[in-house]
Design a binder for this molecule. Structure first.
Ligand code: NDP
Length: 434
């Protein structure tokens, strides 16, 4: 805390991982040598810069841009950019730290990074978003590259923004590679990348349920958020026979006991992706019940997929979910459950998957986009989806390997933390003190 004052999210993420790792490191003390842990919690490089741009009224706006290059031990820095007013150094350092372990779990050669800005895209015109993205790139371009650091999307950065960022990258670098993943299909993007995080989270939950002798078919599901991860999580959960009864955003929660259908999901996607609107507008268009200002955790369900943002489930929310009979919680977002919530789930026999395991499908498919770009060819939907499923099943196996307790139950958080750590730590130990 003394080294990182005013960075509560970063300290929270490091403390949770270290608590998980401690028993393993006590048994394998070589992982505490050569200053390994001290080096692991210090980002390799932190970049902060000014982003100035002119809004539609002709006024100058100034935002803060960041890139955290946390670890390149196993490959180029890799992780998304987030545009949201809550972005600060602490949030991005926590995300870059988590990303390092997540990327290791995918088994693909990617290090960990994260970046973004406190820019708020809500209410901004397409022209303003483009000018902001272009200004952001005039600094970021010198720090990224296909073998150095490969950014992608996150909250507030979807296909439209990646297009603007990658376009400016190409202009400034005079290289067609564009560096980013999550690109449009017409300029090097991969099929299934938009779907990958949501699909992967649901695939992971199905693996957990199967290991426990259950299946998702026939279960009720709550989803928080209504952005990229939430939308495709809803789609895949429906495809596996579950009934999804909530979605949300910062305006509140829609509760639909009849459950989502393909037609309703298409309306949600239109509201969110075409009109950049609110969940309340979705509820209004379909005449559904909407609770302003509320999150979905009081709604009784078998499975919860938190897919909005960090710290959206606290100990009380978790206790309510448990009282209402929840069996499985898989994180689509990064660190949506705080430490108290995770304790409640793990102590009550709920199958709980941390984001670094369950939402790794997005970055894994970004890794597959990098492979396709390097080979200058494109795989089919089936090929990419098949690889995504295999990767999620592989991550599940690693969690079992390192997270199975003596009584046969599984701590997926311990499993994911130790498995990711071992890979990054072995690479760091091989490369000497750098
Ligand atoms: P989007 O911008 O597409 O959607 C974000 C959703 O979360 C929106 O519904 C948004 O509502 C809501 N939200 C964001 N911040 C808050 C907040 N402070 N309070 C309440 N609601 C909020 O982002 P993604 O779907 O891409 O990302 C969602 C989560 O998944 C994030 O934690 C991200 O890090 C994680 N993730 C994303 C991956 C990806 O491939 N996109 C990969 C791995 C993890 P509103 O519009 O009202 O703000």
């Amino acid at each position: 805390e003394q080294r990182n004052p005013g960075q509560p999210e970063f300290i929270q993420a490091v403390a949770e991982v270290m608590e998980s790792l401690w028993p393993f490191i006590s048994e394998h003390p070589r992982y505490a040598e050569h200053g390994l842990l001290d080096r692991l919690v210090e980002p390799e490089r932190v970049i902060q810069f000014r982003v100035s741009w002119v809004d539609d009224r002709g006024e100058v706006q100034v935002n803060r841009g960041f890139r955290i290059q946390h670890s390149s031990a196993i490959g180029p820095f890799k992780g998304g950019l987030r545009f949201h007013p809550s972005v600060n150094l602490s949030v991005l350092k926590f995300l870059a730290f988590e990303q390092t372990f997540k990327n290791a779990l995918t088994t693909l050669p990617m290090g960990g990074g994260k970046g973004g800005s406190d820019f708020d895209p809500k209410g901004r015109s397409p022209g303003e978003v483009m000018r902001f993205c272009q200004s952001f790139m005039t600094e970021l371009y010198r720090h990224v590259g296909s073998d150095t650091d490969v950014p992608a999307g996150d909250i507030g950065v979807g296909g439209r923004e990646i297009g603007f960022l990658a376009g400016m990258m190409k202009k400034l670098s005079n290289k067609a590679s564009c560096v980013f993943t999550g690109k449009g299909l017409s300029f090097g993007g991969s099929l299934i990348r938009p779907e990958a995080t949501g699909y992967g989270t649901v695939y992971f939950a199905e693996e957990m349920l199967r290991h426990a002798g259950k299946t998702m078919a026939g279960m009720t599901v709550s989803v928080s958020g209504s952005g990229n991860v939430a939308q495709y999580g809803i789609e895949k959960a429906m495809a596996l026979g579950a009934k999804v009864i909530t979605a949300s955003d910062s305006s509140g929660t829609v509760i639909d006991e009849a459950g989502f259908t393909a037609e309703k999901l298409a309306v949600l996607m239109d509201v969110k992706n075409v009109h950049y609107g609110r969940v309340s507008e979705y509820a209004e268009r379909l005449g559904l019940y909407f609770e302003a200002g509320k999150r979905p955790w009081h709604v009784p369900v078998d499975i919860a997929f938190p897919c909005a943002t960090q710290n959206e489930i606290d100990g009380d929310d978790a206790a309510m979910l448990v009282r209402n009979g929840v069996k499985c919680v898989a994180e689509g977002a990064n660190m949506p459950c705080n430490a108290a919530a995770v304790r409640v789930f793990e102590q009550n026999g709920v199958l709980y998957a941390p984001g670094k395991a369950s939402n790794a499908g997005g970055v894994a498919t970004s890794g597959l986009e990098m492979s396709q770009n390097a080979m200058r060819l494109s795989w089919t939907r089936e090929e990419v989806d098949g690889r995504l499923l295999e990767i999620m099943q592989g991550i599940h196996r690693m969690c079992l390997q390192y997270g199975t307790r003596p009584d046969g139950t599984v701590s997926y958080s311990d499993g994911a933390n130790v498995a990711g750590f071992v890979k990054v730590a072995d690479a760091m130990l091989s490369q000497g003190v750098i």
